[in-house]
Design a binder for this molecule. Structure first.
Ligand code: ADP
Ligand code: MG
Length: 579
C-alpha cells in the first residue's frame, strides 16, 4: 500500500526532491543554531572583540535568512506537491466512478461517494505533502540533536534520552486509537453527506408530507454521532498533547538541575549549558510534531485505503479486452433465452426469447413490476444478462464496446433527468459537438422552440436542479429534443408519457411518433390507447412473455391483453369527461 501511495509521486519527483532537500537543509540549520550559540557564548563572549561579534551576528543573520527562504519553499512548493497528487487522485477516482455500472450505484449512497472525492482526498493530499517530510525530518532532528548533545555532555544526553521510549509508546498507542476514531469519522461523514443529499434532493417530498421535523431528527442523529466521534478523537489528541508536554518539561527541568550541578563542578561551560538546553528544544520539536503526525497519518491512510478500495472496484459491466466497434444496426435484435436477476436469487426474467426486426415498433405491456424496464435496460447493457444472450445483427452485445453500443440506442424515460444548467446545455447532451442550428432543429422537432423563444434568456434559460423550473411536458420535450440530436437507430420509450396529463400526453405522443419514425422502437406503455398502432405488442407478466401480436389479434384472442384492454377501455370511457 505504501508503495502504491508513493507511485503517485512519480510525475512530481523533482518537486519532491526540491521540497525534501530544502526540508533537510532547514532541519540541519535548526541543529546548527544551538552549536553556533554555544560557540558564541564560550569563544566570542570572553574575548569581548566587538568586530568579531558583529561578523558572527551577521553570519547568523544570513543563516536565518536562508532558513526563512527554505521554509517558504517547503510550505509553498511542498503543498503544491500535495495538491498535485490530490488532483491526480481525484481525477482518476472520478474517471473510475464513471466506469462503474448501474449495479454499483444501485447499492451505493451518493453522499459516500461525494465524501470520498472531497474529504478523503483532502486528507490524502495533506499527508502526501507532510507525510514523508515530517517523518524524515523528525528522525533526522532526533538523531542529530542527540548526537550533538552526546558530544557536549553524555550524562545529560542520557538523561534526556529517557523520554524516547515514552515517545515511542505514545506514537504506537495513539496511532492505533486514532486510526479507529478516524475510520469511524469517515463513516460518519459519509452518512452525513448521504443524509443531506437525500433530504435536499427530496425536499419536495419532505415538504409535501410536512416531515421537516422528522428530517431534522434524523439529521440530529447523524450530527450527534459525528460530534461524539470528533470529540473522542480530540480527547485523544488532547491527552497525547498533555502527556508529551508534561514529559518534555519534566525532562527539561531535570536537565537544568543536573546541568547546573555540572556547571558548578566545572564539567560544563556556560555556553555548553545554553547550547544543550537549546538542543533539547530541537530534540523535543519532533515530539511535539508527533501530535500532528498521529493525527494526520491515520487520516491520510484511512482515506487512501478507501480510495484504493473504490479504485479497485471492478465494474461488473466492462468492455471485453477484444471488444470491437458495433457496426450500424442493420437487421435484427435477438433475445435468446435471456435470464436475469438483480440479487442473484429472484429471477426477474427467465428464459426470455424475443426477436425485434429493424424498423419495427414493438410495445411492451403488462403489470407493474413484471420486468419490462429491466428487459429494456439489458439491451444497452446497463446490467449484464445472467444467462442466455442478446445479439444485434448476430453479434453478442458483450463483444462490442459499450460506447459504440449505447451510441445506437436512445432512451426516453418517465422521470427525465435534466442537469442543472441551461436549456442549451441539456439539449447538447445528446451530441456535445452539435452546432447551434442542429440544436434549434432538434428543439423545433420536439416542439420546444416556441417555448424557448418565449423565454427572456432563450436557450440560455437556467432550468434549475433536475429541471425543476420546467413543467412535466417541457421536461419531456427537452428529453425528446436531446434524442433528436443524438439520432440513434434504436429507441426505447419507457413510459415516457405516463406521468403527464392526458392532454399533454397526446401532444407529446405526436413528437414521440415523429421521433420514432425510421427507427426501431421499443415502447413500454401504460395506457394502451397509445400503442394500438404498434407493429407488435408483447405482453409481459411475472411469467415472462405470455402473448404477442397485433392489437386486433390479441383482443380477439381473449387473453391477458384483451382483459387489460377491456379494463382500461372501460375506465378510460368513464374518465374521458373528467380529464
Ligand atoms: P416494470 O418496468 O415491468 O414495472 P421493472 O423491470 O422495473 O418492472 O422491475 C421488475 C422487478 O425488478 C421488480 O420486482 C422490481 O422490484 C425489481 N427491480 C427493478 N429495478 C431494480 C433494481 N435496480 N435493483 C433491484 N431490483 C430491481
Ligand atoms: Mg418500468
Amino acid at each position: 500500500m505504501i508503495r502504491r501511495f508513493f507511485s503517485y509521486y512519480r510525475p512530481y519527483k523533482w518537486l519532491f526532491v526540491l521540497d525534501f532537500s530544502c526540508a533537510i537543509i532547514a532541519g540541519l540549520l535548526e541543529l546548527a543554531f544551538p552549536v553556533a550559540v554555544n560557540a558564541f557564548i564560550d569563544d566570542l563572549l570572553p574575548g569581548g572583540k566587538w568586530g568579531t561579534i558583529l561578523w558572527a551576528s551577521l553570519g547568523l543573520l544570513a543563516l536565518y535568512a536562508l532558513n526563512t527562504s527554505l521554509m517558504y519553499i517547503v510550505n509553498y512548493w511542498g503543498h503544491m506537491l500535495g495538491i498535485n497528487i490530490e488532483t491526480d487522485m481525484r481525477r482518476k477516482l472520478f474517471a473510475h466512478m464513471q466506469k462503474l455500472s448501474f449495479r454499483y450505484f444501485d447499492n451505493t449512497k451518493t453522499g459516500h461517494l461525494i465524501g470520498r472525492l472531497t474529504n478523503d482526498l483532502n486528507m490524502i493530499g495533506e499527508m502526501a505533502h507532510h507525510g514523508p517530510e515530517d517523518l524524515f525530518i523528525a528522525v533526522m532532528t532526533l538523531v542529530g540533536s542527540f548526537a550533538l548533545m552526546l558530544s557536549i555532555n553524555w550524562q545529560l544526553a542520557v538523561i534526556t534520552f529517557i523520554i524516547v521510549p515514552i515517545i515511542i509508546w505514545i506514537v504506537v498507542y495513539f496511532n492505533k486509537k486514532m486510526t479507529q476514531a478516524i475510520h469511524q469519522l469517515y463513516r460518519d461523514i459519509g452518512d452525513f453527506n448521504a443524509r443531506i443529499e437525500d433530504s435536499v434532493g427530496g425536499i419536495r417530498v419532505v415538504k409535501a408530507f410536512s416531515n421537516e421535523k422528522h428530517e431534522e431528527a434524523q439529521f440530529a442523529v447523524n450530527n450527534g454521532r459525528f460530534r461524539l466521534t470528533k470529540l473522542s478523537s480530540y480527547k485523544l489528541i488532547a491527552k497525547n498533547g498533555s502527556i508529551s508536554y508534561m514529559m518534555m518539561r519534566f525532562v527539561t527541568l531535570f536537565v537544568m538541575v543536573c546541568g547546573t550541578w555540572f556547571v558548578i563542578r566545572e564539567q560544563l561551560t556556560y555556553g555548553e549549558f545554553v547550547g544543550f538546553l537549546l538542543l533539547t528544544n530541537v530534540f523535543f520539536r519532533p515530539i511535539e510534531k508527533i501530535n500532528a503526525i498521529v493525527e494526520s497519518y491515520p487520516q491520510g491512510f484511512a482515506g487512501f485505503k478507501r480510495y484504493t478500495e473504490l479504485l479497485d472496484t471492478e465494474p461488473d459491466v466492462a468492455d471485453a479486452p477484444d471488444a470491437v466497434e458495433m457496426q450500424p444496426f442493420q437487421r435484427e435484435i435477438r433475445f435468446d433465452r435471456v435470464s436475469f436477476s438483480y440479487d442473484g436469487e429472484k429471477k426477474v426474467l427467465d428464459q426470455v426469447d424475443l426477436v425485434i426486426r429493424k424498423g419495427e415498433t414493438i410495445a411492451f405491456v403488462g403489470p407493474s413490476g413484471a420486468g419490462k424496464t429491466t428487459l429494456c435496460s439489458l439491451l444497452p447493457r446497463f446490467y449484464e444478462v445472467e444467462s442466455g444472450s442478446i445479439t444485434i445483427d448476430g453479434v453478442d452485445i458483450r463483444q462490442v464496446t459499450q460506447d459504440s453500443l449505447r451510441r445506437q440506442i436512445g432512451i426516453v424515460q418517465q422521470d427525465v433527468f435534466l442537469f442543472a444548467g441551461t436549456i442549451r446545455e441539456n439539449i447538447l447532451y445528446g451530441k456535445l459537438e452539435a452546432s447551434e442550428e442542429e440544436i434549434w432543429e432538434a428543439a423545433r422537432r420536439a416542439r420546444l422552440d416556441d417555448f424557448i423563444r418565449a423565454q427572456e434568456q432563450g436557450m440560455d434559460t437556467v432550468i434549475g436542479e433536475r429541471g425543476v423550473k420546467l413543467s412535466g411536458g417541457q421536461k419531456q420535450r427537452l428529453a425528446i429534443a436531446r434524442m433528436f440530436l443524438k439520432n440513434p437507430p434504436i429507441l426505447i420509450l419507457d413510459e415516457a408519457t405516463s406521468a403527464l396529463d392526458t392532454e399533454t400526453e397526446m401532444a407529446i405522443q405526436q413528437s414521440l411518433a415523429e421521433l420514432s419514425k425510421g427507427r426501431t422502437t421499443l415502447v413500454i406503455a401504460h395506457r394502451l390507447a397509445t400503442i394500438k398502432d404498434a407493429d407488435r405488442i408483447v405482453v409481459v407478466t411475472q411469467d415472462g412473455i405470455v402473448e404477442q401480436g397485433h392489437h386486433r389479434e390479441l383482443v380477439d384472442a381473449g387473453g391477458v391483453y384483451s382483459r387489460l384492454y377491456q379494463a382500461q377501455f372501460g375506465v378510460l370511457q368513464g374518465l374521458e369527461g373528467v380529464s
